[in-house]
Design a protein around this ligand. Structure first.
Ligand code: AOF
Ligand code: ZN
Length: 366
């Protein structure tokens, strides 16, 4: 990043990242993109990509601005250079007379990339790398999916006591966290292609795993249950599988029994031996981002297999002393050998605290 970035551009990039979230649950599998137009340090236009197939952030910002000529466009992703579902954004930027473009991260999508070079060819000044880490975190599932096709981007969400228990000693998990955190979870679910739990959680909590918040997803996330030996058929998840897509993953040895138990329910059965093959099967089924909500056994196993990319950890201000651990025992690691996670967000959520952690940043090459 060069010295040419101004304070107003940094503020505009923060605003662009915020605006981009307007597409949460609606834009995927496309990225979340926000764009701000600045003139003499003042905002003269704003836009975001509101939904898959809808106009790109750049086009919205230009269309709604009264004075795009001579302005600086600040946005979190390199403008596209391709004719996709909408015309190339670089053309719109050049035609509008924008004189400078500030970008957080380049677009690794082979169809759309190359906007930087095209803008430069048209005589427009371009800067890249401003708030690149924040932008990479924002679009991690999109950036990940272009790099890796073997499994979905995997996030874990847990709500625990301060001492790390998901449920108390009597097995009760409702409600460790407060109402604000529950609203957050419904918002969170809207942004994932799949919401998963293990068999024990499915059978003891009998959850719905649907999105019941203010932001409705464009496509309802698929519910996924990881099992060995099938799943009880009287569960809410099974009974509503004709209304909400539901996948049950079972080991090959239990396939026939599971098929009989779930016949006619609408559940899609996938058999896979082991966690990575199960995740690979989910990716093949179109699930690019997966949110795992429990229980402790599944989360611990996924962490041990190094399959977790992100953690949303809601900490309630209580001690439980005993109960079900979110992060169970693992092979000991000595200090110095432990690989630190990257804290990308710390937020008060009512009386609770959200800590968001990323295993590594998916930064595209600049
Ligand atoms: C978006 N929104 O604001 C920007 C995108 O399928 P299309 O034609 O909508 O193009 C999608 C690609 O365009 C997307 O994967 C990304 O590489 C690029 N930029 N996409 O959906 C936007 N700026
Ligand atoms: Zn575009």
């Amino acid at each position: 990043m060069s010295q040419g970035i101004r304070l107003s551009e940094q503020q505009a990039m923060r605003r662009a990242l915020q605006l981009a979230l307007g597409g949460w649950g609606r834009a995927a599998p496309n990225p979340l993109v926000g764009a701000v137009l600045l003139k003499d340090g003042q905002v003269v236009g704003e836009g975001y990509h509101a939904g898959f197939g809808e106009p790109h952030a750049e086009a919205v910002a230009l269309r709604t601005s009264a004075a795009p000529k001579g302005s600086t466009m600040v946005l979190n992703l390199e403008p596209c250079s391709h004719q996709g579902k909408t015309p190339p954004c670089v053309n719109a930027i050049v035609e509008a007379g924008v004189k400078r473009v500030v970008i957080a991260v380049r677009d690794p999508n082979p169809e759309a990339r190359g906007g930087v070079e095209q803008l430069q060819k048209a005589g427009i000044e371009v800067e890249t790398g401003l708030l690149a880490e924040e932008a990479a975190t924002l679009n991690a599932p999109f950036l990940w999916s272009l790099r890796r096709t073997d499994r979905p981007f995997l996030a874990v969400k847990v709500a625990t006591s301060l001492d790390g228990f998901l449920a108390d000693a009597s097995g009760r998990a409702k409600w460790v966290s407060g109402v604000e955190s529950r609203d957050f979870v419904h918002w969170l679910r809207a942004g994932f292609d799949g919401i998963a739990v293990g068999r024990r959680t499915a059978e003891t909590d009998d959850p719905q795993l649907t999105v019941r918040g203010a932001v409705p997803p464009r496509v309802a996330p698929t519910r996924v249950v990881f099992t060995r030996g099938g799943l009880r058929s009287d569960l809410h998840l099974v009974r509503t599988a004709k209304e909400v897509p539901t996948i049950v993953i079972t080991d090959p040895a239990s396939r026939v029994t599971a098929e009989k138990a779930l016949a006619g329910s609408g559940v899609r059965l996938i058999s896979a031996e082991g966690r990575l093959p199960a995740l690979t099967a989910l990716r093949k089924a179109g699930i690019v981002s997966l949110l795992v909500e429990g229980g402790g056994n599944l989360i611990t196993a996924l962490l041990a297999d190094d399959l977790v990319d992100r953690i949303y950890w809601i900490q309630a201000p209580i001690f439980l002393g005993s109960g079900t651990r979110a992060f169970g025992e693992r092979t000991p690691t000595l200090l110095g050998d432990a690989r630190p996670w990257i804290a990308t967000d710390r937020q008060a959520m009512g009386k609770d605290t959200l800590l968001a952690l990323e295993k590594e940043l998916c930064l595209p090459a600049s």
